[in-house]
Write a protein that binds this ligand. Structure first.
Ligand SMILES: Cc1cc2nc3c(=O)[nH]c(=O)nc-3n(C[C@H](O)[C@H](O)[C@H](O)COP(=O)(O)OP(=O)(O)OC[C@H]3O[C@@H](n4cnc5c(N)ncnc54)[C@H](O)[C@@H]3O)c2cc1C
Length: 430
């Protein structure tokens, strides 16, 4: 029986292993947990959601809804577990994270084609069919090994925003509403005058940052820049971004800037500083952010922090089937391949299993076009610019447009995509 090595039992690796096993492949699944935990993983089960518990919207008005629908057509085991462990969250697919990981772990452990090896992988055997799905927090030794194979650094950084205690916000110096809906009460807006903003901006740009010891160079993800990095670019950058001002309902004067707070939990006891991901030292976060009048005495429940987000320069190193250009038997799946997000990681795990089966001659060679969300993700990885490659969420902009009236455009794109996926599945199972 053919054998494939899958490294990492996260969202991508779990999906990939289950899909390969379903097609009769023997899988050796390596996972370093529980012996070694990344800074974000805490649960001993596999397929752990490290941050939010949502797989985003299920509505077919959203590209992420279409991606999930396509994955269901292709029988995604991880998504089936997510649906089985769903908690109510409107149109979003949110899950009970513990039940979800347990469900996927049981599927992996009970599958006779999957052998689980709890061990950190530090070397890649370049002669064996292998899928590397070790995620954005790939262990250092393996990251170095991948860098040796590709000859390029893998590290980038994402940052987390602070969370504050609602009770400590001075509501008399703030107002409720959001930029797009003045009647909404979802955001607490903390306004600043020109003088207050100028002082805040000056302090922010010279505040002390945490030194990154492990690596010489900080490489930020453009979509998630630390607020102090944005501020240093220009005086007005924040006012055109996370601090963009708007008028309070029934008031005439326009604040010079606004810092927004968004509910972090159902109870409304914790609020997130929107777009304020940061790598300032904790005392500096307290000092600088308290210069916003409504936050003068604010209590921080969690300070902002930076975390690593490793990914490969996909357009440079990967083929359209996620294998390394100079090692066609080595595939990269999940966030490490340059997709961004839980659902996208599951999707790339499923795609990698299909491409591995095609590579092994077990499945007929067949590709998905950019009429589908899955094909569009593959296309992005190989067609994006290699000079400033950034991981990407699925979005309508990646999928081929359709010639149809605006009012039915998305509906038609969904219909076209699902027809194509169903055709693809016929070849897949033959
Ligand atoms: C802190 C953080 C928060 C995030 N929050 C969100 C969010 O809220 N929503 C969202 O959609 N996306 C989020 N992401 C992005 C991404 O969707 C998730 O990281 C997702 O889990 C990626 O899936 P994956 O399968 O690629 O990696 P993972 O799910 O991280 O799985 C990788 C697995 O590989 C194992 N591993 C690592 N190195 C080795 C090794 N050398 N040998 C053996 N095993 C190894 C790890 O222990 C882990 O189990 C976040 C990322 C980070 C880092």
């Amino acid at each position: 029986m053919e054998e494939v090595i899958v490294i990492g039992a996260g969202l991508a690796g779990s999906e990939c292993a289950l899909s390969l096993a379903k097609h009769g492949i023997k899988v050796k699944l390596y996972e370093m947990k529980p012996q070694k935990m990344s800074p974000a993983h805490h649960n001993t089960n596999f397929c752990e959601l490290v941050c939010s518990n949502t797989f985003k919207n299920t509505s077919l008005d959203f590209a992420t809804g279409l991606l999930k629908e396509e994955l269901m057509v292709l029988d995604s085991e991880v998504l089936k577990s997510a649906k089985a462990c769903a908690v109510s969250a409107g149109d979003a697919l949110a899950v009970d994270r513990l039940k979800f990981s347990e469900d996927v772990t049981n599927k992996l452990k009970n599958n006779k084609n999957i052998e689980i090896i709890n061990k950190e992988v530090t070397k890649i055997d370049l002669t064996k069919p292998t899928i590397i799905a070790t995620g954005p927090l790939t262990s250092d030794s393996l990251a170095k090994e991948i860098e040796k194979i590709t000859g390029e650094q893998l590290y980038f950084y994402d940052a987390l925003a602070p969370i504050v205690d609602y009770e400590s916000v001075d509501i008399s110096k703030a107002f409720l509403g959001d930029r797009f809906n003045p009647d909404s009460k979802d955001y607490i807006n903390c306004p600043l005058t020109k003088e207050e903003y100028t002082n805040f901006w000056q302090e922010l740009t010279k505040a002390e940052r945490v030194k990154l010891k492990d690596f010489e160079q900080e490489k930020n993800f453009e979509g998630c820049l630390p607020v102090e990095v944005m501020a240093k670019r220009d005086f007005d950058v924040l006012r055109c971004g996370p601090m963009k001002p708007f008028k309070q309902k029934d008031k005439n004067e326009m604040p010079f800037a606004i810092l927004q707070l968004r509910k972090e939990n159902e109870l409304g006891t914790m609020y997130n500083m929107v777009g304020f991901q940061t790598n300032l030292t904790y005392p500096e976060q307290k000092r600088v952010f308290s210069l916003v009048p409504a936050l003068k005495n604010v209590k921080f429940l969690r300070y902002g922090a930076m975390h690593r987000n490793s990914f490969i320069n996909a357009p440079k190193f990967l083929t359209s089937t996620f294998s390394l250009k100079n090692h066609p038997n080595i595939f990269i799946a999940g966030q490490l391949s340059g997709v961004e997000g839980y659902v996208e990681s599951v999707a790339s795990g499923l795609l990698c299993s299909i491409f591995m089966l095609q590579y092994m001659g077990i499945m007929q060679k067949n590709r998905l076009s950019i009429n589908t969300a899955l094909g569009a993700l593959c296309n992005y990885l190989v067609s994006a610019s290699e000079h400033n490659f950034q991981p990407m969420h699925i979005n309508w902009g990646l999928i081929a447009p359709i010639d149809a009236p605006k009012s039915v455009k998305k509906q038609e794109m969904v219909k076209r995509a699902l027809t194509e996926i169903k055709e693809f599945k016929k070849v897949w199972i033959s």
